[in-house]
Design a binder for this molecule. Sequence first.
Ligand SMILES: [Zn+2]
Length: 442
Amino acid sequence: MTSSRPVTTIGANWALLPDGWHQNVRIGVDAGGYVSSLGSTADGPVDQSAHVVIPGMVNIHSHAFQRKLVGRTQRFTKPGDDFWSWRTKMYADVAELTPSGQFECAASLYAEMLQNGYTTVAEFQYAHGATSRRDLENPALMSEALIQASIATGMRTLLLPVLYQQAGFGNQPASKDQKPFVLDTDIFLGLVDHLTKATKAEPLISIGYAPHSLRAVAYDALKAVLDHRVSNAPASPVHIHVSEQVREVTECMLGTGMRPIEWLFSHFNVDSKWCLIHSTHATQAELEAIIQAKATVGLCPTTEGDLGDGAFPCAEFLKKGGQFAIGTDSNVCVSPSEELRFIDYQARILSRKRNAFQFDGQYSAATRLYQKALEGGRMATSLPVGRIEIGSCADFVELREDHHLCQNKSADEVLTTYVYSAGKDLVGKVFVSGILVMESRN
Ligand SMILES: [Zn+2]
């Protein structure tokens, strides 16, 4: 971290506000780290000057420990290599994970995320380790290691302790490899209560609910989790993996007679604080249900590509009024620019058009996709992030003017250059709660 106190004013040559680009913006920050005023740089001096200032991106889905798999799982082993064979390798890493290993992995990962432009991460934490290792009888240790990593790096974190209980639909018992994930429902709810209480005074940390998936959590346990939310924290986010794999959809249909998203909506009240991670194989009717509920789809394009999951019809979904956020999931890639580029290129390849999303022509597709991912991230974390506006968290990323690709370019063209080409090379100062947590001038 480069400083520990919030700045009071930032002068931006350009700033991306909710209604678009503005020039010479003086952003005031209060002692709590929130935006307190928006004016002109002509109004007075500033603590920090910056070129193009955009809201820091929200990473809606991360499993920190999986960062260690990068480079070890991209080699051919058999013709049928897919998500399920990748998962076997991931299980081997979890078996070795300790709280200190979790901390080290997350601390370096969160620093990388900040360098790339993420300022909030939703950490989907299911490596509890509690039931398989005699030295880890406290299931909070692994979550607490993540909290410490967030505080050490200055990364805003929505910590999502995960409930995982079975190997598949029809109450299949968890396998030996899955034991580090498994918690009894009451212990899980006790963990949520403990973490909520322990982080109450910590401004960077909030807690939500994360039933892992319908294959890992049966009806009764899911109901207990959602009942607990209604009683204790009804505005809390709920995140769940759903419809990532064709095999998962088929097994759900065999076990329940319905597709996963169809089953979820017919049994529970899915609201606007839900984030449906992947939703890759949703039908039109399921997509309509998600849009009606104002829920967010959490897309993780580089992981979905790495694992060969399939392609989500994002352009079509947005045209119908759908909302998405982006996540790094397995952390094979930790760059928001790459996730957004992947979404756009996937849509262009499928439609064979250069402007697959057909946004208005006022700003580039990069700016529009960036804004939409921010809004989805704000809704699905239930946090006041993703906007430069009074009352929102002062979480900003500066895109530099001294890069050779940014000479004589408008702010819209600089953000476009960041998304389609230069990525983190353009990231200069990074602020979380108004605190300068990262600065790059290489
Ligand atoms: Zn995931």
